[in-house]
Unconditional design. Structure first.
Length: 46
């Protein structure tokens, strides 16, 4: 799934680019994953 690739890339990046990439990936996944998973990813990414 392309969205998961975006999540991996966002997690690998640093600083502001990582934050923007992570936010975009979470926006894409919002209808496909439980909210708890999205929150856990965001907390780990930033």
């Amino acid at each position: 799934m392309r969205a998961l690739d975006v999540l991996r890339e966002a997690a690998a990046m640093k600083d502001q680019a990582r934050t923007r990439g992570g936010a975009l990936a979470l926006w894409v996944l919002r209808g496909h994953c439980p909210d708890e998973w999205l929150v856990a990813f965001w907390d780990a990414a930033v």
